[in-house]
Structures are given as C-alpha cells and as structure tokens.
Design a protein around this ligand. Sequence first.
Ligand SMILES: [Zn+2]
Length: 147
Amino acid sequence: MTCLECNKDLGYLDHRNSMESLGVELCSQHKARMEDLMKKKGTPLEAIQLYYGLKKAGVAAMLEWWDGKKSIDIAISRVKLNIEIDAEYHMMTHEQAINDLEETMHSFRNGFTTIRIPHVLVRHYLKETVNNIIGIMEGLKANVKVI
Ligand SMILES: [Zn+2]
C-alpha cells in the first residue's frame, strides 16, 4: 500500500488510521493535511474521497479551488467542470435550491459547468460516480472542440 498523494509506502498502522479516518490511503502527513482542510474549509469528507477516486482514475482535479467568489469542492480546470458535493441533500430548503441554481447559472455564463453530487453517491457508488464524471469530461471536451 502506498500514499495516493506522494507514493510513500504505508505501514499497517498508517494505512489503518487513514482508512478509518478518511477512507482513503494516505501517509500520516497527507492524512493530517486533509483533516486540516476539512476543519478549516469545511471540505466534505466525500469531496476528498471523490478527489482521490478521480486521481486513481488518472483525472487531475483540484480540491477547494477558489473561483474568485467562492471555494469549489472539486474543479477540473481542463474542461471547466466544477463539482460540488451536496453534503446534506435531504435538508435542502427552497432558498438553498434557488441559490444553487443561480450559482450554476453564473458559472455557465463564465463557461463553467457545475454538477452537484449527493454525498451518498460517493459513499455507495464511488466507481460509477467517477466513471460518469469521466463521461461528462469527454462530452465537455467534444463540445469545446466543436466551438
Ligand atoms: Zn503522502
């Protein structure tokens, strides 16, 4: 087992600690960095899991990308795709929903596509979620070529 971030070999304890805390294979240093991000920026755990799921599939993404107005959970700049994890999907109010739609509209105007992924999808269908995101990226790439 190696750290997904730096490829350092993971001992049994490092591996177990990281899997228990984040569900992702990271060395103690990178595990601490992710825990810090969650504390300071409120990054959902599922954003970290999806980020590393994408990384494993060869997709270069950015965690907590600042778009000038707000921090995006995961951004894939090559195809201008923003991914937001809906951490409390079931609690969404109509005010939140209209705010989300407005944000989506603004990002579309700037050439960015925003998709919202319920956190339960990352938890239960990580592989399928990653595959669908890759499909979306291919679609976006094809559209950019047309223009
Ligand atoms: Zn590491």
